[in-house]
Ligand binder design. Structure first.
Ligand SMILES: [Cu+2]
Length: 308
């Protein structure tokens, strides 16, 4: 018997119901993407307002968007105008024009000028986005004698003074190590998930990862930066006003990736100093308590060994 499998014999042409499903699926997907605040940021443009580099990225984006909108409206407008004005009518055929030298030179040069202007503006802005400025007069002063950990790769502000924080991505949490002037980084203050920073202070970040690739992203404080094991990426921000800026690991890094949130809390420099001192005290006390517990266990083991 010559029987065709049901799936092969099935009619694949679009039915109204299938078309409706495809349209609804597309609309729901687009709606979810728009509603995903982290992904859509400022809806149409990148988030800004937290740091000068984020503001520069935002203004550059808006400039490119404005030029693109003008080009789009111009091209589509000319197309629509021509479609309506020169629509074929009974007995009338629109003139067929080829080889209009002025027109062809015009749109070639015009497009080139647009690209050159955008390229120049982008490279000028890129420098401002990459290079951190000096801290403001009211910023955190503990680094007055210069950078605490200099690097040949990290862009530094012109006066070389910045608060450097190390950002380490781990499945599934962010760890921040604060400078201490101590050679041994293990003695430095650290925190998880929430980074506390002083306002009006240039903060440079050294970003890496402990296990797999992560991505550091606080939208209002600048672009995404890959956090990769064995490689350090650098960025910076300077927050003018106290406030909380939220972000999220932006690289699928495992089953709990969605829980890998990050927060930057900007506080007045004096409050930052108090917070840092309290953190150091807490960590010092915990280390002392752990040391005591270790000694006690060792002593117990020794007496246990000595007993018959
Ligand atoms: Cu991650």
């Amino acid at each position: 018997m010559n029987r065709m499998p049901a799936a092969l014999g099935h009619d694949r042409s679009p039915t109204p119901r299938r078309r409706l499903f495809a349209c609804s699926f597309g609309a729901v997907t687009a709606g979810l993407l728009v509603l995903a605040t982290g992904a859509s940021a400022d809806l149409l443009t990148p988030e800004s307002g937290g740091s000068p580099n984020a503001d520069d990225i935002d203004s550059l984006y808006k400039l490119v968007l404005a030029v693109a909108v003008v080009v789009f409206v111009g091209v589509e407008g000319a197309l629509l105008y021509s479609l309506i004005k020169f629509k074929a009518r009974k007995g009338a055929v629109a003139a067929q024009i080829r080889g209009n030298t002025n027109l062809e030179i015009g749109w070639t040069v015009g497009a080139a000028v647009v690209l050159v202007v955008l390229a120049v503006v982008t490279f000028v802005k890129l420098d401002e986005i990459r290079t951190p400025p000096n801290s403001d007069a009211g910023g955190f002063q503990a680094t007055a004698d210069g950078v605490l950990s200099a690097s040949a790769f990290r862009p530094e502000p012109p006066d070389g003074k910045a608060l450097n924080i190390k950002v380490n991505g781990q499945q599934y949490i962010w760890r921040y190590t604060y400078p201490d002037g101590d050679e041994n980084i293990l003695n430095n203050a650290f925190s998880y998930e929430e980074m506390v920073v002083p306002t009006n202070t240039t903060v440079t970040l050294d970003i890496d990862a402990q296990d797999v690739a992560h991505s550091w992203w606080i939208p209002a404080l600048g672009g995404k930066f890959d956090a990769i094991p064995g490689h350090t990426n650098y960025t910076w921000f300077k927050v003018p006003e106290p406030g909380v800026y939220s972000g999220q690991c932006a690289e699928l890094c495992g089953r709990n990736h969605a829980n890998m949130v990050a927060t930057v809390r900007a506080v007045e420099p004096a409050e930052f100093e108090r917070w840092l001192a309290a953190k150091r005290r807490e960590i010092g006390q915990s280390n002392a308590a752990a040391q005591k517990a270790r000694e006690k266990i060792e002593a117990q083991q020794q007496t246990g060994d000595e007993a018959p």
